[in-house]
Design a protein around this ligand. Structure first.
Ligand SMILES: Cc1cc2nc3c(=O)[nH]c(=O)nc-3n(C[C@H](O)[C@H](O)[C@H](O)COP(=O)(O)O)c2cc1C
Length: 314
């Protein structure tokens, strides 16, 4: 039997599409902009790289302490430290343009107008294969509540990016909502090519000796294996709600975790926190998926996507 076809299409409705050679991406904020990894790892063989969250102006991020381990995961409150879009265009995009692997730029704005400006600025820049729109930040247009918790605000951020780029647009949802399917539908109707489910889950940890939060802020974002069952459930729900591809992000440590997400309906997966534990994790996940398909006599990744959804209740 031929080796299984690992390739997937993330933007089937888009005129150029966003074809990945395999379904394994690296998650925003856990791989920087890929340059450090490129010194030691074969980054070209990934499905896609997602950049660090990029804002219009550079940000220094929050003061220390910004991360802490928790049972089965970690909390972070980095505060979107990044070099800003102008330096990204000047110093980083020209390097990406020489790479084979698609790089998707994760963008975030404080207002709808900022999302539009980021999309317009990066639209025709060589090296940028598409956008991942992070709608988990406070929407200053409406007094600081997250874009991603309100269907109308989530749709307007999506529309702003859609109208200012001809590149594929993936919108990354927040899990900090009651009904993620409502947000997913609003964002899909506003023109997203794909959805990423999901960003970190809000949590906290308290230093009992100091009697204060461990992080610099009361709350941080929880990631790692602890979140996986919750995000897996959300991926299932979002796949039932929309007919565009879904990218899963939440606690993928091993290839088995990735296969669970594919069977739940995800078209691709992102490896994030796992790379802090094992920098080879994304490649191990890719090889493990290939081995699983071979053992099960499956011709392709697409042959297994969503197949757990058709189970028969006993
Ligand atoms: C240190 C750190 C920084 C992150 N930075 C970003 C970011 O800039 N933009 C974004 O959309 N998500 C960011 N995330 C969220 C991850 O991309 C990912 O969605 C989340 O961690 C869940 O996946 P995981 O459990 O595999 O890490 C960050 C996560 C961590 C742990």
């Amino acid at each position: 039997m031929d080796a299984p076809d690992l390739s997937v299409e993330l933007a089937p409705r888009h005129k150029q599409g966003l074809r990945l050679r395999n379904p394994v991406m690296v998650a925003s904020g856990t791989f920087s902009n890929g340059l450090e990894f490129a010194r030691h790892h074969d980054v070209q063989s990934l499905g896609a790289i997602v950049s660090k969250g990029t804002t219009l102006l550079p940000r220094r991020g929050n003061p220390q302490r910004r991360t802490t381990e928790t049972p089965g995961g970690m909390l972070n409150s980095i505060g979107f430290q990044n070099i800003g879009v102008e330096r990204l265009v000047r110093d980083i995009c020209p390097i990406w343009a020489t790479w084979d692997v698609p790089v998707v730029v994760n963008i975030l704005g404080d207002t709808v107008a900022e999302y539009a400006r980021l999309a317009a600025r990066l639209d025709a820049v060589p090296g940028v294969a598409g956008f991942e729109v992070n709608i988990s930040c406070p929407n200053l247009d409406v007094g600081g509540i997250e874009f991603g918790v309100d269907p109308a605000a989530a749709a307007s951020a999506t529309r702003a990016v859609r109208e200012h780029t001809s590149l594929p647009v993936v919108v990354k949802l927040t899990p900090n909502v009651t009904e993620i399917a409502l947000i997913a539908r609003a964002v899909a109707e506003a023109g997203a090519d794909a959805l990423c489910v999901a960003n970190t889950i809000m949590g906290t940890a308290i230093d009992i000796e100091q009697r204060r939060p461990v992080l610099n802020r009361p709350f941080g974002g929880l990631s790692g294996p602890a979140v996986r069952p919750i995000i897996l459930r959300m991926v299932w729900q979002v796949c039932a709600a929309v007919d565009i591809p879904v990218v899963a992000s939440g606690g993928i440590m091993t290839w088995q975790d990735a296969v669970e997400y594919l069977l739940a309906g995800a078209t691709a997966v992102q490896v994030g926190t796992a790379t802090f534990v094992d920098p080879d994790a994304p490649w191990k996940v890719r090889d493990g998926i290939a081995g699983y398909l071979e053992r099960h006599g499956e011709p392709s990744v697409t042959a297994i996507i969503g197949t757990a959804r058709t189970f028969r209740r006993d």
